[in-house]
Design a protein. Sequence first.
Length: 295
Amino acid sequence: MTESSFKPLSDQRQTHAEGVIWDDLAGLVRWTDIATSRLFAYDPATGHVTENVLPARVCCFALTHEKGVLLLALEKQVARYDTRDGRLHILTDIEPEILGTRANDGRCDRAGNFVFGTLNERGPEKVASFWRYTHDGHLQRLALPKAAITNSICFSPDGETMYFTDSPTAQIMACDYDAATGDVDRIRVFAELTPGYEPDGSTIDAEGFLWNAEWAASRVVRYAPDGRVDATIALPSKQPSCVSFAGPELDRMVITSAHLGMGDTAGPFDGAIYIGTPPVGRGLPEARYGHKVHA
């Protein structure tokens, strides 16, 4: 295990930071604190952190081709949001017929469709689904198994393999993925975690290796395309939640963490947002939603 050289980028500690992404058009690291309905942006050139407060929890989001405009998965809605003037435009509802679910992890596939999942806030029952919001503005359910907590959504460099998880299973899954249709096939186990550790947010590097933030495990793990453990970054936070490459060369890494549910057991670094240089690998540019979303 590699001892962490990652340091918190500020003194802030967040309840449930997630969904970290490098926005290359703006030169910003963006993430959400789901629990406080806030979007954050960090400028590595200045060290300055800004925030936007939303009227609902921001569970994940995608970049668009309009600088400063994001596609949000709010609790129960997909929305267009302009970070520059605060305008929010609701586009569609998410699982309005199911009580107790909300959006969770997500990102764009390599073709620019916004793929995300939901989670069950009421218990362990597998009632959540994986969805994608397509270029032409349709919400399509993917033919993947129902889940309790969807997570770890990312795509191979060629876009033909989708990775995902139902976090409590302690397994990262893979499937063949057709970005043109949303069809999936050959659903299989990609990696097994130690029972009690849960796979949270993931990203894929330029070599096709998967980096996963392992909730309750105090670490980020790099998995080879064949599922073997290749490298591990230790962190002083118990609940790492998401990971992304960052910077103009995509040679830096940002890791979010959370103190959600920890109460008095939370340590001084739980909820920190970390930045550092990974021991190996560079990132791929984050895919952007492929259709301009106009209010």
